[in-house]
Every structure is written in C-alpha cells, then in structure tokens.
Design a protein around this ligand. Sequence first.
Ligand code: COA
Length: 334
Amino acid sequence: MYTSKIIGLGKYVPENVVTNDDLAKLMDTNDAWIQERTGIQERRHIKKGDGNSTSIMGVKASTIALERANLKPDDIDMIVFATLSPDMYFPGGGVEVQHLMGMRTVPALDVRNQCSGFVYGLSVADQFIKTGMYKNILVIGAENHSGGLDFNTRSRGVSVIFGDGAGAAVLTRSDDKTGILSTHLHSEGAHKDQLALKGPSTSYWVPEIIADNPREDIPYYPVMNGQFVFKHAITRFAEVINEGLQANGLNVSEINMLIPHQANLRISQMIQRKFKLQDSQVYNNIQRYGNTTAASIPIALTEAWEEGRIKKGDLVVLAAFGSGFTWGSVIIRW
Ligand code: COA
C-alpha cells in the first residue's frame, strides 16, 4: 500500500471584507457580542459582479495549489470537491473545476458533509491513492455562504458566523511513509435538524415554499441550535483527535500543529485547553474569515504552511465537526 502526501496548498478569499460593524447596519447585532461569543472580527463575502462563485473560488485556490505542487492540470487523476453551497443544485462543483481548469476527463466527486467536507474529501482521496488506483488527486473545499444567508435580525445567530472562501490541496502517492497516517470519520444523523438548510429540496420544493411564504421558521435559510451544536462540537472534536492519535500510538504532546475546523474561536480555545496545547500548536484564523465550513481547514492549513508554521517531519492534526452531525480527523506526518 502507498501513502498519500500533500504537496501543494492554495487558498482564495474574496476581496470584499465585511466587518461586524457592517453587519450591525443590516441587523440588530454588535461587534462586542460577535467577538465575545465567536472571536470573529470580519469575514469575506462575494460581491455581486466580482466574478466569484463557489466553483470559481475553488478553481482559484486549486490553481495556486497545483503551481506549488509543480503539477499541470493534466497531471491530476481525480477531483474531490467539498461544499454545502454549490453554484447549482446539480451538477456539483467538481465538474466545473474539471472544465475551467482544462483537465482531462478525470472523475470529479462531489462531497457534502458540510464543515467536515474537506476532512471527508481528504479521506476519500487517501483511499484511492493508498490502493494505487490514482496518483495525484485535487481536494477542494469551497463555500459561498453570503449568497444564501438571511441578513435580518431573526437569523442573526447564524448569519454573523459564516464567510466565503476556498482552499485546495494536491495529494500525491508517496513511498517514504510520510504523509497521511490515518483518517477517522463519523456521523450522527439523529441531530440532522440542529444545523440545517431545509429547502429548496425535494421534500420542500419551490411552489410549496412560495405558498407558505412568509413562514415563521424560514426553512429556505439555514437554522442552527447554537448551544446544542457547541456542546456536541467540543465532545466530538476531542474524541476524534484522541481516536486518531491512539490509532497511531501518538501522544497529544507530540502534536506540532492542530488545525481545527474554524467553527468558533471559543470551541478551538476549549479544545486547546483540554489538550494543554500551546498557542504555537494550534492555528486559528476565524477572526479574519468567519466560519467557511468546508473551506476553513484548507484555508487555515494553507496559511499555516505559508507562515512557515508547518515544517517537514511535523505532526499535523486536522479535525472537523459540523452539520449532520458529521465529524472526523486526519493525522499527517508532514
Ligand atoms: N448579535 C446579538 N445578539 C445575538 C446574536 C447576534 N448576532 N445572535 C443571537 N443573539 C442573542 C440571542 O437572540 C439571545 O438573546 P436573548 O437572550 O434575548 O434571547 C442571546 O443573544 C443568546 O443567544 P444564544 O443563541 O444562547 O447565544 P450563544 O451564547 O449560544 O451564542 C453562538 C450563539 C451561535 C455564537 C454559539 O451558540 C455557537 O457558536 N454555537 C456553535 C456554532 C457553531 O460552531 N456552528 C458551526 C458548527 S460547525
């Protein structure tokens, strides 16, 4: 069996910066509340006419990742595209990347799994590489949240949290035993309604929505039971990080860099305290980008690497939790 290794990382975020004060002009919220509860200071939103979409941001991040991997689009054997906010209901973003980047007719797999999307995507890519079926796989996490959020006071607990952006990683086959050591994935569908966007969907289609409109429970915007999600996130993050470390006979103290999905700075800080990690061992950038769901880990991983905070031989741990609920971890020897 082979090992898969990340050899190129890239990120893209729209230029348009939206501060907490900007949101306070649209709804009853304020900078102090948002920073105290989430750590978020600003996020990026696509601006109408700036040419961006979920797929296009994915292409921009992928172009950088490919350059850094020293590969051409033709070298890619498979695309894995994770998003909860695709440009179209179907087809998904993967085929758009294949087309816009001029790739061969390679398989393009779309992954949902929300905030865990990139971790699920890495796991899928890892399996294809391990077995020898493919050599180079492009894994993308990209989100356009701003296009589907409700910027009214009724949704303020959700809309202040999320931001737009994309990140990408190129994985390749490795013979030297460095790279992805293991991946660990979980789900618990009993809590599917705790963080969800219910329509438009096949169970709640457009004519029904229009007939019901305006409804109190606004099912065409995301809904979240914030405190319930928060509590489960803390437990599952800790569990799945421990699971990954134990599977490889590693200790928490050996982690050089933990990159948690950027759900809420308070969640990351609680995990850091629980594992007694130093600031230098945990990467957070939610302050600048908000929660970009499937894009948050690849954006943070790219930035950590760009800042020289990940070096050859480091133990890097990625961990995610989100809607579904779904959660997972990836243990990497860099
Ligand atoms: N600005 C100002 N007030 C707000 C607000 C906002 N943006 N959003 C909610 N409030 C108000 C509520 O209406 C409520 O007011 P009330 O007490 O008068 O009813 C009060 O603040 C407390 O609301 P609550 O939802 O209990 O706040 P909280 O402490 O749970 O914080 C979250 C809310 C969303 C920040 C927090 O629950 C959280 O981060 N949860 C996890 C979310 C997450 O990680 N999601 C992604 C998973 S991947």
